[in-house]
Design a protein around this ligand. Structure first.
Ligand code: SF4
Length: 348
């Protein structure tokens, strides 16, 4: 077999000197690597590292993760956002324990058969932990390669994807593919940054076609983004105080699928509409909350009067909770407005 591509040789020399020391990189094992890959998908490394330690302490192996309750997993994940990652992580751990006798897959194809594991995560784990020579393509790799080879096709279209994939696959080292994959990602994270590529210190600057053409900031090419959807969300707020106890709020668990799946929330209804010009009667708001794909105008409707007993019809699965009860797994939006709501509810 031929040796590594000359670009990869230069890259590995650079990586040997500049790789960050991250806890899951020391003697990489599949379970901690898997956790790190899932956590880091939409999270910065410094925040992600703290969560990784927290998760490893709470669920040190696939068995403890599989047998944990959904609430416990969500509680450890709270604050990281993109909660479907936590739900899939939990479901995949259960699939490994229940269907594969607790044995973690050893190939990218095996990993990809688990819930929520896409080609990126599968390739990362199998190349890093089992030496499978498959390319890992994340946002960093996409950016580096589209600049290095001056790829002018949109990377979120098939033509651009194919160009990136074939370049990435040609550059994977057959001997230590996990290290070369991590090195490409590291170059994107540390040097070939989105807005200010540090070309002067790049090990591939004499080879880079975009640098030569002066168009690095225009790579990668992406299709124009769709405007985020505008929605109104109406939360129903019920509050009570039993005797002289703390104020309690009626909280339900959201269905597993859809927005804020599996999290706690006030009961809510959602409609795809623009901001109403006249505020709904007896509602407090709107609070603007922006997610990647939607702009949400949240209204809070106080349906309660001062309940003094537990007689309220508790129609859905839910419970009365006091904010002081401990860490909750509700969306950030609720954290954001709760102190204002407490004041508002007391005034009512
Ligand atoms: Fe990125 Fe500049 Fe290196 Fe090209 S030379 S890969 S643009 S950092």
């Amino acid at each position: 077999m031929n040796g590594p591509h000359p670009f990869t040789v230069k890259l590995l020399a650079w990586y040997g000197e500049h790789a960050r020391e991250l806890p899951w990189r020391v003697d990489p094992k599949p379970y901690p690597t898997w956790l790190s890959e899932v956590i880091l998908q939409q999270t910065r490394v410094d925040t992600g590292t703290a969560y990784w330690h927290r998760f490893m302490a709470a669920f040190p192996n696939v068995h403890s993760l599989a047998s944990a309750s959904a609430e416990d997993v969500m509680a450890q994940w709270k604050g990281l956002g993109y909660y479907s990652r936590a739900r899939n992580l939990h479901a995949a751990a259960q699939a490994i324990v229940n269907q594969h006798k607790g044995e973690l897959p050893q190939t990218a194809a095996g990993w990809q058969s688990l819930p929520g594991i896409g080609p990126y995560t599968a390739a990362a784990i199998s190349s890093i932990c089992y030496g499978e020579p498959v390319a890992v393509i994340d946002g960093n790799v996409q950016r580096v390669l589209s600049r290095l080879f001056d790829i002018d096709q949109p990377v979120d279209r098939k033509s651009g994807r194919v160009a990136i994939e074939s370049a990435a696959q040609a550059l994977v080292a057959s001997k230590e593919p996990g290290i070369s994959n991590q090195a490409w990602m590291e170059l994107g994270a540390l040097v070939c940054k989105p807005k200010n590529p540090n070309c002067a210190h790049c090990p591939l600057n004499s080879d880079c076609l975009s640098r030569r053409a002066g168009n690095a900031l225009e790579r990668p090419v992406k299709q124009p983004k769709k405007r985020p959807k505008e929605v109104a969300v109406h939360f129903e707020i019920r509050r009570r105080r039993v005797d002289s106890g703390p104020i309690e709020w009626w909280i339900e668990r959201r269905p597993e699928s859809g927005i804020w799946g599996g999290l706690e929330s006030f009961p809510l209804a959602m409609s795809e509409e623009h901001l109403p010009s006249i505020p709904p009667p007896n509602a407090w708001g709107p609070v603007l909350h922006i997610l990647t794909h939607m702009r949400m105008n949240a209204w809070f409707h106080f349906s309660e009067i001062e309940y003094t007993s537990t007689s309220i019809a508790e129609k859905n699965q839910g419970q009365w909770i006091a904010v002081e009860d401990g860490e909750r797994t509700w969306p950030r939006l609720i954290d954001k407005v709760l102190s204002d709501l407490q004041r508002h509810a007391v005034k009512n």
